[in-house]
Design a binder for this molecule. Structure first.
Ligand SMILES: [Cu+2]
Length: 125
């Protein structure tokens, strides 16, 4: 192979890597919860092929309310689980469902669909 062929090959590999990262691994958005009048930290989450935002930042010691709206019929995403907080919710298509819990300790806590194919992260500070 000539140098040019090698370069073109390397470029192709780099490009496919970037595309794979962009579609499957790149975070879909990071959102800091806003505390409302009652001191409840709220974030609206859209469920469609993933969670948007999929990284949610909250403060420890204040209740959290995540309002999920599932905008798809794929059965994969019909349940959302918060294993660390012992919470789960059934998400009917097109309906807003609130999941509430109290994050006591700072840390990172995952949430996911039943099979673990869709994933998000809650960062408690
Ligand atoms: Cu799933």
């Amino acid at each position: 192979m000539t140098t040019t062929q090698i370069n073109v090959t390397l470029l192709g590999v780099a490009l496919s890597g970037f595309i794979a990262w962009f579609f499957w691994l790149a975070p879909k958005g990071r959102m800091r919860a806003a505390a409302g009048a009652g001191g409840i930290q709220e974030v609206a989450v859209t469920v469609k092929g993933g969670y948007t935002p999929d990284v949610i930042v909250v403060n420890a010691g204040l209740p959290v309310r995540l309002r999920f709206t599932r905008q798809e019929s794929a059965s994969c995403s019909e349940t959302v689980l918060f294993p660390d907080f012992n919470r789960s919710a059934h998400l009917p298509e097109g309906e807003e469902v609130a999941v509430e819990f109290m994050p006591d300790k700072p840390g990172e806590y995952g949430f996911q669909c039943q099979m673990g194919m869709l994933r998000g992260k809650l960062i408690v500070e």
